[in-house]
Design a protein around this ligand. Sequence first.
Ligand SMILES: [Fe+2]
Length: 178
Amino acid sequence: MRRSSEPTWSASEALDILREEGADEWLIRHCIAVFGVSVYLASLIMARGRELDMGLVMWGSLLHDLGRTRTHGPEHGYVSGQMLRERGFGRNLVRLVERHVGGGIDAEEASKLGLPKRDYVPETIEEKLVCYADKLIASSKVVPFETALRRYSKLLGRDHPGVERMTRLHEEFGKYVG
Ligand SMILES: [Fe+2]
């Protein structure tokens, strides 16, 4: 079934998808934690009068790591997108999950990882919000942004463009959680 956009939000359908694909309890708890922070952030943003697609945020945050049922490498976001595309979900959701890894992956890095050479950098508010919320969760616990920044700086190097993009996300959304 091909859908032009994501279907009406259903927590049970999203959790069923995770379970059907073999997600373990660790992964399900992680996804629920990212979902919680995402909905919290999205609600605060909407309360300030800014519009966003809450359905997309909810589907995207709960299913962003679906690809981790197949790989834990940095390509898992792309794999999440492929799995959701195969299930008939629309482009907005596919792009959101593809773009959540680190601070996003640019075309050069993507091709080094063996992914189709294009940018996987979050652009829309929903994409950026879920990417940022994911950085605030370690396993299933909320952590300060600085903890995530330290982790990725160590992993990628402080001057890595992904780390810079992450800092920009914090500048945009940090005020809602600080
Ligand atoms: Fe992820």
